[in-house]
Write a protein that binds this ligand. Structure first.
Ligand code: MG
Length: 271
């Protein structure tokens, strides 16, 4: 089945009037952490197998994928807490969630390092690990005088260098919002409220792009327009799993990536 390039879900979609545009980072602009869930699921399966359980690998993979994806959007430690519980339930002696998390970060770090190296050594272009059309839409939005904001749940110490590597930093200047190491107070809701207040904007003047349920719900809550980026590892395909969660979260529009950004902006901005 081929998906429409731009799926409009809100019939009375506003046209124009936007003053600020908010972007999520991972999965929305950056693909450098793409495949993180496979790494996490593989690690969970290994830990569960080590308990000597009679369940076959496919069953353990399904179980792990279910809880990994259901808890996605919260800090990763919550997934590791659940892993420890599942190990215990099978009679194993679990590691502490923090130990599991450190191992997951280490494994994902290896992949990120390899991708970074390829860009730094010019083996691949920086665009290889950005959602297709990212640079084009960001340029088009800033050309129109719209102020761009980044908000990510990933730690700032990772977001900064990864955005720099993908040549995305300059679009956001100082507006790269992400939690510092131990900042439990960071929230996308908080970022959105600050943007509106600081610029004296109404919610309807906010446009957002994200592949997560959290940002979609928060932007709709204040009356903004939420474009869901259901990015998939196969470029151009809608990721159905993401789409089917973003639509109930309130997505106004669903796209796979930004390659059709001219048409998308024409519709959104009423040009
Ligand atoms: Mg994301």
């Amino acid at each position: 089945m081929t998906d429409p390039a731009i799926e409009i879900l809100r019939p009375d979609l506003p046209r124009g009037g936007y003053k600020a545009v908010l972007f999520d980072f991972d999965g929305t602009l950056s693909l450098i952490r793409e495949g993180w869930h496979r790494i996490m699921v593989a690690m969970c399966v290994e830990a569960l197998q080590s308990t000597g359980t009679s369940e076959v690998e496919a069953e353990l993979a399904r179980l792990s994928e279910d809880f990994v994806m259901a808890l996605n959007g919260q800090p990763a430690i919550f997934q590791m807490v659940r892993l420890a519980e599942e190990v215990q339930r099978r009679g194993g002696t679990p590691n502490s969630p923090g130990v599991y998390l450190a191992e997951y970060d280490r494994r994902l770090g290896v992949v990120i390092q390899r991708r970074s190296r390829e860009i730094l050594d010019s083996v691949v272009s920086h665009e290889r690990w950005a959602v297709p059309g990212s640079h084009g839409i960001l340029q088009a939005l800033s050309r129109r005088g719209l102020k761009l904001y980044l908000a990510s749940g990933t730690q700032l110490r990772f977001v900064r260098p990864e955005a720099e590597l993908l040549q995305l930093s300059s679009f956001f200047g100082t507006e790269m919002n992400a939690p510092d190491d131990n900042d439990a107070t960071f929230s996308k809701r908080g970022v959105i409220e600050r943007i509106l207040k600081k610029n004296n904007l109404r919610g309807e003047e906010l446009l957002s792009f994200g592949d997560g349920v959290v940002e979609t719900e928060e932007v709709r809550r204040v009356g903004g327009t939420a474009v869901a980026v259901a990015s998939d590892e196969t470029p151009g395909d809608i990721n159905r799993w993401k789409r089917d969660r973003l639509v109930p979260a309130g997505a106004d529009v669903v796209i796979a990536d930004y390659r059709g950004y001219e048409e998308l902006l024409a519709r959104l901005l009423g040009e």
